[in-house]
Design a protein around this ligand. Structure first.
Ligand SMILES: NC(=O)c1ccc[n+]([C@@H]2O[C@H](COP(=O)([O-])OP(=O)(O)OC[C@H]3O[C@@H](n4cnc5c(N)ncnc54)[C@H](O)[C@@H]3O)[C@@H](O)[C@H]2O)c1
Ligand SMILES: O=C(O)C(=O)C[C@@H](O)[C@H](O)[C@H](O)COP(=O)(O)O
Ligand SMILES: [Zn+2]
Length: 361
């Protein structure tokens, strides 16, 4: 097992990464003094891992209230959030009752937001079971739900007390979901960790074949990158925005195509190729660099051609991005491979060229 820390003063917390952690009650014990928790999960993850977690909790004398939600990005909504509140109230969960998120990023984001708001705040623990959640969404405290007009539009910054990433849970993850997580892994290399990007280029086939040691290394290195960024800029007043590489385009793809039709990681992959294309049009990176980015996503079996929503639709959807300032869209772009910046002065003509070029490959 490897342990990292997200350094946020008295709100600092550990990330434990390793095999068979769902059975390690001692890692949870200190966070459950009142011996009762609510486990928020979904209809896919519950049959796989709920009983195992409940057994582990029982062994340390902790009882649990399971809350099993419908599965899918299309359920990351106000209505589903309300199902969590209903269950917590019906079961008389108190301020001292921690919530455990057992699942992927959708469950983690919604559980975190429920924890931030139920009784004005209860403790929560992340037990991420997808690659994406283990490398990204379980760390850093961005919580929330979607709005029909835009991704993650309603939410709060609210940190978990503990992240427990049991890499064995990835054994049941479908291939396309493994690939989706890889998009965020590649992101860290592109924005701030060139040696990691080079390692990914050397090891992508091993990772996609689920080599245990390679996956464990990639998860830990991703978490280290994310933890450093979050510790430096918890509420995204600066550097944290770099974690949004590919997301301005990607979120537009997700909402424009209808939530759940493109996976988040798939939107990020195609969106990152668009960001690379735009960076090239600005003269910052070369055509070979763009090809390098495209090639790595392809090797991770991710889409590199964006859906043709129409240029005006893209512009409308991206106009709702959370990074918009004074009506101007601010993009995360590549100054060079391994180094990103936030840039708000993209000439409209170049943006249109990218939107037209990237939907045709
Ligand atoms: N808060 C953040 O910082 C942050 C970061 C990145 C992404 N996100 C959000 O995370 C979400 C995407 O997360 P995701 O990719 O984990 O998607 P997800 O939560 O929808 O999970 C993907 C699918 O895998 C299933 N699943 C989960 N664990 C499994 C397992 N071990 N075995 C088999 N199936 C399993 C899920 O039920 C679901 O069907 C998006 O809503 C995105 O906006 C948030
Ligand atoms: O943690 C962050 O900060 C990120 O931007 C991580 C992203 O991968 C993630 O998709 C996040 O939810 C996007 O944030 P948003 O503020 O653009 O909704
Ligand atoms: Zn993301």
């Amino acid at each position: 097992m490897q342990t990292l820390t997200v350094g946020l003063g008295e709100r600092s917390y550990p990330i434990h990464i390793g095999q068979e952690l769902l059975g390690e009650g001692e890692l949870l014990q200190a966070y459950l003094p009142r011996k009762r928790v609510a486990i928020i999960t979904n209809t896919t993850v519950a049959p796989l891992y709920l009983a195992r977690l409940q057994q582990t909790l029982q062994a340390i004398g902790v009882s649990s209230v399971p809350v099993v939600l419908p599965d899918g990005e299309e359920y990351k909504t106000y209505e589903t959030l309300n199902l969590i509140y209903d269950a917590l109230l019906r079961n008389r969960c108190e301020r001292s009752t921690p919530l455990i998120a057992l699942g992927g990023g959708v469950i983690g984001d919604m559980t975190g937001f429920a924890a931030a708001t139920y009784l004005r705040g209860v403790p929560f623990i992340q037990i991420p079971t997808t690659l994406l959640a283990q490398v990204d969404s379980s760390v850093g405290g961005k919580t929330g739900i979607n709005h029909p007009l835009g991704k993650n539009m309603i939410g709060a910054f609210y940190q978990p007390q503990l992240v427990l990433a049991d890499t064995d849970t990835l054994n049941t993850l479908p291939d396309n979901e493994l690939a989706a997580g890889m998009a965020e892994v590649i992101k860290y290399g592109l924005i701030r960790d060139l040696p990691f990007l080079e390692w990914l280029e050397q090891n992508m086939e091993k990772l996609m074949a689920r080599d245990t040691a390679a996956l464990q290394y990639a998860i830990a290195r991703s978490c280290r990158n994310k933890a450093e960024v979050v510790a430096a800029d918890e509420r995204e007043s600066g550097e944290r925005a770099l974690l949004n590489l590919g997301h301005t385009f990607g979120h537009a793809i997700e909402s424009g195509m209808g939530y759940g039709n493109w996976l988040h990681g798939e939107g990020v992959a195609a969106g990152t190729v668009m960001a690379a294309d735009l960076s090239q049009r600005l003269g910052w990176i070369s055509a070979r660099d763009v090809e390098r980015v495209r090639n790595l996503f392809e090797r991770a079996r991710l889409p590199v051609i964006a859906p043709d929503l129409g240029t005006d639709k893209y512009l409308e959807l991206m106009g709702l991005d959370k990074k918009v300032e004074g009506g101007k869209i601010r993009f995360v772009l590549l100054k060079q491979i391994g180094s990103a910046v936030v840039y708000g002065d993209v000439p409209p003509e170049l943006l249109r060229q990218t939107l037209e070029a990237c939907v045709h490959g």
